[in-house]
Ligand binder design. Sequence first.
Ligand code: ATP
Ligand code: FE
Length: 356
Amino acid sequence: LTVLGIESSCDDTSAAVVRWRKETGGEILSNVVSGQTELHAAFGGVVPEIAARAHAEKLDLMVEAALRDARVTLKELDAIAVTAGPGLIGGVLSGVMCAKGLAAGAGLPLVGVNHLAGHALTPRLTDGLGFPYLMLLVSGGHCQFLIVESPDRFHRLGGTIDDAPGEAFDKTARLLGLEQPGGPEVEQAAVAGNSKRFPFPRPLLDRPGCDMSFSGLKTALLRARDACIKREQGLREQDRADLCASFQAAVADVLAEKSRRALAAYLALNPPVPMMAVAGGVAANNLIRARLEAVCTEQGTGFVAPPLALCTDNAGMIAWAGIERFRRGETDDLTLSARPRWPLDTRQAAMLGSGK
Ligand code: ATP
Ligand code: FE
């Protein structure tokens, strides 16, 4: 079973070919990703119109490159999988139109994929995880705990009620004059810092449940930065390092404690092989990774973090999620529509009136 995947929901244009065999499982034959960081740099964030146009311009080239790298022709494919949401509507539409054109032209089945399902199912491709497992999806736009029960059943235990941690890392970098994306820069600067110097808040830790909040952290950081600047008439290197380290420690504390609670809810289901996995760009952070792994070890649960290139946005995960749907006999036709909002949790989706 060989599937082409297409991803264009945010600021990465990507195409990939993934093959599944019963004996060996999933194998990524190609996975090409083209980012747009430079296009949006001057605007301090992703501009939806610019993103959509760039996707439309690049998609054909990316598909060609993915097929070439995989040494596969369109005729040898079994299906075409595409991100149908959630995301920036212009970008999602570009991908869906491209996929429909290819599917109609080559007479192939089309499989619409939820971008978040792509992230959440990645550990099955990389590590062959069985259901159910606990997933922490922590990226630039999302932060949630999910119990992954099947390719289309996700039970949301909680998540951020405001900003995503990646967004907070990016804002912190901006406030401290560091480059974008901010995560790696803040992590780097934190190495030389004292994480105990600034007692930043750990929001919602005093409340039960798995919900989190990261927007207050940003305000606290801004105040602490301004106090430093006022005192020293500028931001000293050591202040910057201490601010980064203290900020990172606060995020890690919140994610670790809430993971402990999510894990308790998950373990109550008595899973045959207890496993927790992470996905999303923030999973690249070494401190956060180590803290989550420690929580899992303490609870006797396995911990899986897919390689970074498969944690961030890529079409390999979309092709894989497409394979999972296709193997269950689920496909879409050319009426497949793009959905800017599309929660994974089935009950939440029903509340939005978007059952299908
Ligand atoms: P989404 O997938 O939710 O639509 P996105 O595409 O912006 O959002 P990703 O590509 O998964 O998210 O991740 C990018 C985010 O990860 C950025 O906010 C970036 O700062 C953050 N990030 C990357 N590396 C690190 C790191 N080492 N530490 C912390 N954050 C990091
Ligand atoms: Fe993503």
